[in-house]
Design a protein around this ligand. Sequence first.
Ligand code: ATP
Ligand code: MG
Length: 454
Amino acid sequence: MSRERILVVDDDHLIRDILSERLEKKGFRVLRAASLSEARTAISRATPDLAILDVKLPDGEGTELLPELSGEEGVPCVMMTAHGTVTSAVEALRQGAEDFLEKPFSMDRLDTTLAHVLERTRLRRQLKALRDAGSQGGGIVGVSPEMEGVMGLVRRMASADQATVLLLGETGTGKGMVARALHELSPRAQGPFVNVTCSALTESLMESELFGHEKGAFTDARTTKRGLVEVAHGGTLFLDEIAELTPALQSKLLRFLEDHTFRRVGATEDRTVDVRVVAATNRNLQAEVETGRFREDLYYRLRVLPITLPPLRQRRGDVAALVAAFIAAFNKELGRAVEGVDPETQQVLEAYSWPGNVRELRNVVERAVLLSDGPILTTDLLPPEVRRGGSGGEGSLTTVELGPSGIDLEELERHLLEEALRQAHGNRTQAGRLLGLSRHQIRNRLHKYGMADS
Ligand SMILES: Nc1ncnc2c1ncn2[C@@H]1O[C@H](COP(=O)(O)OP(=O)(O)OP(=O)(O)O)[C@@H](O)[C@H]1O
Ligand SMILES: [Mg+2]
């Protein structure tokens, strides 16, 4: 096991020494810093796996590092707070700290807090990797006239790289994939691709995520933070699940789309960025407009360049090509040597209605490849609803939304188990394999969460 690197930031050398000694004894590598600037230098040399920060430092507050460090792929931070200042601890958590240690604390308390935070971070990364793996398919596969039409549009719109594009289509039809293709085929391909799920956060958090905020804009805004529109500068901003934006944010987005200017929360001046916006929804936006949930003017603004991804049942000609592509991908991933499907299976797959579209087909192929013990896939490897030719029920994978922090370990672990079980179609051994757990370990955990007989 590789030794984890922990950054200790405190201007009190005694505390620094005690902590470092303890951590080194526990097998961690320790980076030490006595100020914000020393911390920044240390971080720029070697990214730590975790940071322990004191609040009061000679050149500022430890919390100033939180926006720079925390975040999904970032460095988890533990704040050391003075005794009795519960509010500042809570504030630190809100700003992205993973946990806090109230001074004075015992070495046992230090150990358990760090173990907890490291474990939570590991689980969260694993969950993300698992999800990313579930949503990547390499190239877009499509041989039907419908998909050829779509790909023609994608190529043309990719080169018109200023224009906003709206992606429509049922769940699992490939909108996420097309958004990425629009970026990768565009002159912006070298720039960032920033994916925002509009339903993931509350309105005020979403606004400051998207547009950023100035120091002091609200109670927790201790530092200035760039919005995702700025992070996407020179690249593509993908606004997924656009129908979920609240009315206030819809009007802010409309303004942004007009001339790409915006204002950070609490700022007095406008800023301008160069981004191409791609928006997507699996809802019927027109109907959302009619019921008053979605602004009509924003709808018209977005609808200038729409691409509608047809449901899989309307392009059955793609099924064979998709099956072949997924078999090849899963052979590689799972170390199998499946060659194809027998004619009856081919027929069943083409006849099914695929309510979960390509995502569902992908899951069905993965399951069949996993269960197979010969080179040819047969109908008995298909889930009952596909074999029966029914409309299916579990078509769309629901995603678990995680906030940046504040989710406890058990909840994360439960999400992770659920996600793995879903991807493994309920097969526990396979779910365990996805998570790197033995049969014994996964059985214990399922039992712990009362999921043993699900
Ligand atoms: N044409 C395609 N070729 C290969 N893989 C595809 C294709 N379309 C979709 N997929 C795969 O199907 C899965 C679902 O696609 P994607 O996430 O893009 O759907 P979506 O339209 O964004 O769905 P939702 O509305 O639920 O977000 C992904 O794993 C993706 O890689
Ligand atoms: Mg999607």
